[in-house]
Design a protein around this ligand. Sequence first.
Ligand SMILES: *Cc1c(COP(=O)(O)O)cnc(C)c1O
Length: 391
Amino acid sequence: MARIDIPLVVERLRAAAGGGDGFTPLHAPRFAGAEWTYLKDCLDTGWVSSVGAYVDRFERDLAAAFGARRAVATVNGTAALHVALLLAGVRPGDEALIPALTFVATANAVRYCGAVPHFVDSEWATLGLDPDALDAWLSEIAERRAGGPVNRRTGRRIAAVAPMHAFGHPARIDRLLAVAADWEIPVVEDAAESLGSLLDGRPLGARGLVGATSFNGNKIVTTGGGGAILTDDDALADRARHLTTTAKQPHPWAFVHDETGFNYRLPNVNAALGCAQLEQLPAMLADKRRLAARYLAAFAGVAGARVFAEPQGARSNYWLNALVLDDPADRDPLLAATNAAGLMTRPAWTLMPDLPMHGDCPAAPLSVARDIAARLVNIPSSAVLGAERAA
Ligand SMILES: *Cc1c(COP(=O)(O)O)cnc(C)c1O
């Protein structure tokens, strides 16, 4: 099997990324719009905290960007996922199906509900949860009951499935929704990485019952820290708002909280950043897609490595570009050489069941997720690298 020519890969990466000889991060934010103006407005008016005009505007802009009726802004994406799972009905002692190949927040959010993550395999075509593997696994281990299927092996109810659009590439969400509907399992869409991505011409995030997204510093659009719950269901959105604002009932002066809520509301200063960032989403997407095209061209003739291209029917935001290696033995030498050369690269996430706190959770066969993790390397993907260059 052809091992890759590492100096050649480093050279191609450097040329396509165009970051020069200095350090090139995996993903740097870009503040090229009205950020300073909107932040100054917050400070000048004193509206810095969890109430303010920018929060309302950010939520309206987000709903439009995600094709959702409603968006409820939160302090981060993990908090949004936590509340989204609660809204889907995940309770202590339940299980929630999630990809083994995801960022740890997906699994942690299930734990915050007192539930147990249950890991399912991914597919190479999308890098996301494999709907056919999900269906086959449910047929093997689940028993249909009123109130939702039960895992025959553990006796626990399977309360939700949370697919994720890995590195911005859309999973086969409509097929996943069909499988989940057949099994009567609500879908919580983890759209933390997929702002601006389209599948069959439509955005992702609110196709299931409820979705969640993130505006962490490394995401395509950032509020410093932030997130949002997405849904087409007004009652769920109202409940999300209530839960994220300490479950306080509206009242002119009294503190009446009607359940144990959360202090998960996004502050106005963060929302101000988000409004300015969202205005630049089209430019961000254009630059990121231009960078992906450069990478695809640069590696077209390189033996042993290819650039992951958007799935069929999808228009990806290419949040993080990825090299896929033929030989897993090439991965760590490539990671070492690129990082030593100032090109920041990272392996895919450690599979959730390989982490100590999630090691005892139920899991389907994970051969594809293991193969992806063994052969995928994320490469520098900041929007600025995709900016148009002088000829
Ligand atoms: C970033 C991310 C999250 C969590 O977002 P935070 O804002 O960092 O809490 C959740 N899921 C996935 C897949 C992510 O990439």
